[in-house]
Design a binder for this molecule. Structure first.
Ligand code: HEC
Length: 270
């Protein structure tokens, strides 16, 4: 929230300076309003949303759900597999939904020692990922080939389930992951170097819609379970028993845990 306030303040600072420099004040003001956020800031915001969503899904749904006997599988979409999506596939579901939306936001989860060889970083991203592993700081660059502004953020082994599942996976490229390790990075891409408030909200909304879409697909899958016991879907979580939250309850928790609402309010005040 502090960051966002700062942005607005810096934004108005620019307006004042432009005013002194002889640029017609109105024009300068509308320009500052037009382009409210640098692409780096927006990708950082959406990546924070993703951190919260991803941790909530991994811990509260997959981690606790497994204790209730719920299953999660990489082949969860197959008809004969009665299971939910693994965290990485949940993320891919979000990415697919965003890709189908009109928002030109790209999302990809990669690693240097992936379970799925298709997720191995290459080229510039592989280079920057080495840096991320050292200091866990985000990396930003302009991808000349794709003509896309690109941001990479560390994906940490934030739950015991990340470590055990990857270490034990038959296709794993590394079997000594530890809690807290940088297991990979999320790569985000956007074609423009700055975004208006409207475009920023559209990015955040398309991410949120992506989580709802994939979560609903999971609930639809459950609906079609034939042999497995179906959890009750409502306002309770797997920590309390054989329950799953509705998509609305899930998204609500994400919003409470992140600064999403705060940002929306600030945008609304503007
Ligand atoms: C129950 C098993 C399981 C759990 C739990 C799990 N993963 Fe994965 N993860 C996988 C599988 C399988 C893939 C490959 C999916 C695919 O086909 O792209 C994967 C993919 C990934 C990738 C992309 C690179 C790769 O290995 O293919 C990263 C990074 C990753 N997971 C990190 C994590 C983190 C961090 C957590 C915890 C927050 C986590 N995973 C939890 C099984 C798991």
């Amino acid at each position: 929230m502090k960051r966002i306030l700062k942005t607005i303040l810096v934004g108005s600072g620019v307006m004042l300076l432009n005013g002194c420099g002889g640029v017609p004040e109105e024009k300068a003001a509308s320009e500052a309003e037009e382009k409210a956020f640098a692409v780096e800031e927006v990708l950082e915001m959406v990546s924070k949303e993703n951190d919260v969503t991803r941790t909530l899904y991994t811990k509260a749904i997959v981690g606790k759900g497994k204790k209730q006997g719920m299953k999660f599988d990489e082949d969860w979409r197959k008809d004969d597999v009665e299971a939910g999506p693994l965290p990485a596939l949940f993320l891919r579901g979000v990415a697919t939904s965003i890709r189908k939306s009109p928002v030109p936001l790209g999302l990809y989860l990669g690693s240097d020692f992936p379970v799925n060889a298709a997720n191995k970083f290459e080229g510039k991203q592989a280079e920057l990922f080495n840096q991320i592993k050292e200091d866990q700081k985000p990396q930003f660059f302009y991808d000349e080939d794709q003509k896309l502004h690109t941001a990479m953020f560390a994906d940490l082994a934030s739950a015991g389930a990340c470590v055990t599942c990857h270490n034990d996976h038959p296709q794993t490229a590394k079997s000594d992951w530890k809690l807290g390790d940088v297991m990979g990075a999320t790569t985000w891409q956007y074609p423009k170097d700055s975004l208006t408030y409207k475009e920023t909200v559209a990015v955040l909304n398309s991410y949120a819609k992506g989580t709802v879409d994939i979560y609903m697909e999971y609930l639809d899958e459950i609906e079609n379970f034939k042999d497995s016991e179906k959890p009750e879907i409502g306002d309770k979580w797997p920590a309390e028993g054989n329950y799953l939250p509705t998509a609305e309850v899930f998204l609500d928790s994400v919003k409470k845990l992140s600064s999403y609402e705060t940002m929306k309010h600030l945008v609304a005040i503007k």
